[in-house]
Design a protein. Structure first.
Length: 295
């Protein structure tokens, strides 16, 4: 597959809300061994990323520029398996050396107990993280998004004015763990908390988009499930973007699970208006983060 440069079809800023660069502990994650867009199911559409294959940050910055991506969010990952986790210190270090290209989101693992999670949350807030990520279905024991033990975290984030990213898809536990009903209950209990649903609760596509329509503090980050034309039901994302007028849906590649340039290219097939594309590619992210990126 030949991928044209972004300037041939998009004349706008692009912010990637879901990046896992080949930096420090990210390199030990299973998504790099082998690179996840080179194995099923992604490999049927995936274009290899030299930066991911070589675990090279120099190539990563080059590929970002070639794709027209001016900045992005790097989300930490903490789960009970330390070998599959990335410490918050890595995220902060990357943001500090990125010359403003990377926005750091920390992560917490409720498996360590509420007190430990709250202590780490306070440390993240004090160090300037712009949001927090949770993967409750990977906790021990597994939790749904509306588990009581998570509520002190939500309350503190709402108080601090920081968003939370909840990873919810069929990969996280049984299908009921990705059901957006749990996220809806959290959104209603914490109406000022901005909640980003990474993977957008796939495969609950109609449900989650209608939830986003009525629940104004829900944001969707569909990443590979929207971008990959082979994903069952992916055509519904184009319909839903128009249904929502592009509001509160965020562009994210889930790199290294998607080649950066290919990810931008694959948005074209939805035939979205420039107004919706502007929101999707950067306006929504800048609004949520309170940051304006330079093109």
């Amino acid at each position: 597959m030949t991928i044209p440069t972004h300037m041939e079809f998009f004349q706008m800023k692009i912010i990637d809300f879901r990046l896992r660069p080949p930096f420090r502990h990210f390199c030990q994650l299973g998504i790099f061994s082998p690179v996840c867009n080179e194995k099923a199911p992604q490999k049927w559409h995936g274009v290899p990323s030299p930066s991911a294959q070589k675990k090279s940050m120099d190539l990563f910055w080059e590929e970002m520029a070639e794709a027209g991506i001016c900045g992005g969010v790097v989300i930490g990952r903490q789960i009970p398996d330390d070998s599959a986790s990335v410490p918050n210190s890595d995220i902060l270090e990357l943001a500090e050396i990125s010359a403003g290209k990377i926005v750091p989101f920390g992560s917490l693992d409720i498996s360590r107990g509420v007190a430990a999670a709250m202590e780490e949350l306070e440390e993240c807030i004090s160090k300037g993280f712009k949001g927090i990520a949770l993967e409750p279905a990977y906790a021990l024991p597994p939790r749904k998004a509306d588990a009581n033990v998570l509520y002190p975290i939500y309350a503190r984030l709402e108080q601090a004015g920081l968003p939370v990213v909840l990873t919810m898809s069929f990969f996280q536990g049984n299908l009921d763990y990705s059901n957006p009903e749990a996220a809806q209950r959290v959104a209603k209990d914490f109406p000022k908390l901005q909640i980003v649903l990474a993977h957008a609760c796939y495969p609950w596509i109609p449900q989650v988009f209608n939830l986003c329509l009525i629940q104004k503090n829900i944001w969707l980050l569909p990443d590979i499930y929207m971008l990959n034309p082979d994903v069952p039901g992916n055509e519904m994302y184009g319909q839903a973007m128009r249904w929502l007028n592009g509001e509160r849906v965020l562009f994210g590649t889930a790199y290294p699970c998607y080649n950066l340039k290919q990810a931008v290219h694959d948005v074209k097939r939805f035939g979205l208006s420039d107004d919706i594309l502007e929101k999707f590619f950067h306006v929504n992210a800048e609004k949520l983060l309170g940051i304006t990126f330079s093109a």
